[in-house]
Structure formats: structure tokens, C-alpha cells
Design a protein around this ligand. Structure first.
Ligand code: HMG
Ligand code: MG
Length: 295
């Protein structure tokens, strides 16, 4: 049974821009985010509280949050206590923590073992939930790791279950390097849905090998109705070599709307948002729908 409605979580301003070589001014980021909101996006990862030495593009996180908070769900990514302390100085009430299933990836991304990250996050999540925050956990390398290859499906399910036990509201299950195929996506999401029926499950697919839109389709066949996407297909993780952007928001919206599945997003306004960011980027955008608009 396909869902009637799908929620898009726009991650362009965070996942999309974190790896961009050109430093984008805070002002331009804010214009981009505001235009994205005008297109009907109701959930968005605005930025991240990570080390400015590791990810310089996100160093203006506090300013971006102050300018962009509104009554929709605005996430900020934070991997550790320091990130949560910075979050507490803002009015942002939705946070995304992140951990890799793969030890090698987690070490490269957060400089800790997966277990060390989990031990650090457990009390943090408890505290955030007591204070009424919405908490999502992003599970990186849920299918493949750039260093360790194919991940064991049961290990992914176990890590997800552990996060649910800690109290998270949502799991964003990520194909970090865009290597998963629709069969693997169908299998993992079916099992997660059976085992964790009370948790919001979200697909986060990078498009490195052109599989991302097919993976979205595989997940909606399981009944998954939330997807992280990035406008223009911007992005990639700086600690996953070769990883390209997320599946493009406009390509997913186009596919779903054509199938009669509502997203609440206006494609024309979405294109106007991408028009703001495109000239500032160091590389061309690969999104199919956006390219067609510019023919
Ligand atoms: P570290 O060097 O081990 O950290 O890095 P540390 O605790 O030793 O601290 C070193 C310095 O960083 C100190 O400053 C800290 O204060 C500072 P100094 O004393 O040298 O001036 N620091 C911070 N500053 C600001 N905000 C913070 C913070 N924490 C420490 N939160 C650390 C550890 C986690 C900080 C580092 O590894 C890091 O920033 N990693 C982030 C990497 C990142 O942003 N990756 C991309 C996002 S994840 C992703 O894209 C995947 C996802 O899309 C899903 C998928 O596709 O898989 C979500
Ligand atoms: Mg990502």
C-alpha cells in the first residue's frame, strides 16, 4: 500500500552545503533557506553544530538558526556534548544526532568508535527528551561503508533499536555513499518497520550511482513516507570520499506528485530557491528536473 502523502525533510542547507568548497555567505544561506520554506517545506536541517575546523562551512550555525527559526520543524545536527551546549543557547527544539554503523567511518567522521559515540549520546538524548526536544538519529553507512564495504543488516537493526531504546523520535537511515540497491532498501526498511513500529522511519539516500530515486520508490513500497532530500541534489559528506549529493528534492517531488502522492511542495518555488544557490556553487547541479527547467 503506497502512502497518500510523503514528508520531505530538506537537507540541502546542511548536507548539501557542508562539503561545498566555496564559502557561502550567511546572508545567502538565509535567503536560500527562506525561499525553500516558501516552496512548502515544513521540515529542514538548517545547519550543524560541529567543529569549525573540521567543517568550516557550518561555522555560522548560530546566526543561521537565529534568522531562520519559525513554526516549522527546523533541525540542527549535533554529534557531541559541545554541539548540544551550543544548541541550548538557541531556541531550536529539534536536533539530529549522528552515528556510523561502521567503526572506521565513525572514526573518520566523529573521531570516536561507534560505541563511544553511543555512550556519549545516551544521556544527551535522555536529557533532550526530558526538555521536550524532537530528536532524530541519523544512521550513517546503513548499507555500505567506504572503508569496510557491505554492512551487516542485523548490526544496523541493532543500532537502530538501541537508539529507539534511548528515546529518539525518528531514525534517518542513510546510504551514505549511494551504493545500496532497491532490493537491499526494501529488505532493511521492511525489517525496521516490523521491529520498530512506533518510530518514524526516514530514508536518506545519496545518489552517487544513480540509485537514489529507485531506492525512494523501494522504500515507499514498504510504506515509508519520510525522505531526506536536498534541493538541486546538492552535497555529500566530507568524510566519505566520492560521495555525491542527496537525491534531489525536486526529482522526488516530481515523481511522487506524478504518482498522485502529495508532498505539499510547489516545484516552481523550489526551482526559484535553487536559482539562489546555484551560481554560488563550485560545481554544476545534477538534478534532472532542475536541468530541464534551464533548457
Ligand atoms: P575532535 O577533534 O576529536 O574533538 O573532533 P575534540 O572534542 O577533541 O575537540 C577539538 C576541538 O573542536 C576543540 O576546540 C573543541 O572545542 C571543538 P579547540 O579547543 O581545539 O579550539 N569542538 C567543537 N566545536 C564546535 N562544535 C562542536 C565541537 N565539538 C568539539 N560540536 C568532532 C570531534 C565531533 C568535533 C569532529 O569530528 C567533528 O566536528 N565532526 C563532524 C563531522 C561532520 O560534520 N560530518 C558531516 C555530518 S554527518 C553526515 O553528513 C552524514 C549524514 O548526512 C547521514 C549520511 O549521509 O550518512 C548525517
Ligand atoms: Mg548524508
Amino acid at each position: 500500500q503506497l502512502p497518500k502523502q510523503v514528508t520531505i525533510i530538506e537537507v540541502g542547507p546542511r548536507d548539501g552545503l557542508q562539503n561545498e568548497k566555496n564559502i557561502i555567505s550567511t546572508e545567502d544561506k538565509i535567503s536560500f533557506i527562506q525561499k525553500l520554506k516558501q516552496s512548502g517545506i515544513r521540515e529542514m536541517e538548517l545547519t550543524s553544530f560541529v567543529s569549525p575546523k573540521w567543517v568550516p562551512q557550518m561555522k555560522d550555525a548560530t546566526e543561521v538558526i537565529h534568522a531562520c527559526l519559525d513554526d516549522t520543524r527546523n533541525f540542527v545536527l549535533a554529534p557531541n556534548r559541545k554541539g548540544i551546549d551550543r544548541l541550548n543557547e538557541t531556541n531550536c527544539k529539534a536536533v539530529a544526532v549522528f552515528v556510523g554503523v561502521s567503526e572506521s567511518f565513525n572514526k573518520k567522521n566523529i573521531n570516536k568508535s561507534t560505541r563511544e559515540s553511543m555512550e556519549e549520546l545516551r544521556p544527551i538524548i535522555k536529557e533532550l527528551k526530558e526538555k521536550g526536544y524532537f530528536v532524530r538519529a541519523c544512521i550513517s553507512t546503513s548499507f555500505y561503508c567506504p572503508y569496510e564495504g557491505k554492512m551487516n543488516e542485523q548490526s544496523v537493526i541493532d543500532l537502530c533499536s538501541e537508539f529507539v531504546h534511548y528515546g529518539v523520535d525518528e531514525l534517518s537511515v542513510a546510504d551514505t555513499i549511494g551504493k545500496a540497491n532497491p532490493k537491499e532498501v526494501y529488505s532493511l526498511f521492511s525489517k525496521l518497520k516490523d521491529e520498530l513500529p512506533n518510530t518514524l522511519l526516514t530514508g536518506h539516500f545519496h545518489d552517487t550511482r544513480g540509485m537514489a530515486i529507485a531506492n525512494v520508490f523501494a522504500a515507499i513500497q514498504v510504506g515509508i513516507s519520510r525522505f531526506d532530500t536536498s534541493a538541486g541534489g546538492l552535497g555529500g559528506c566530507p568524510f566519505a570520499p566520492g560521495a555525491t549529493g542527496n537525491v534531489a528534492t525536486e526529482d522526488v517531488v516530481y515523481m511522487l506528485e506524478q504518482m498522485g502522492i502529495e508532498t505539499g511542495i510547489n516545484l516552481q518555488k523550489l526551482v526559484e530557491a535553487i536559482d539562489i544557490i546555484r551560481p554560488l556553487l563550485s560545481r554544476p547541479l545534477e538534478s534532472k528536473f532542475y536541468k530541464l527547467q534551464n533548457l
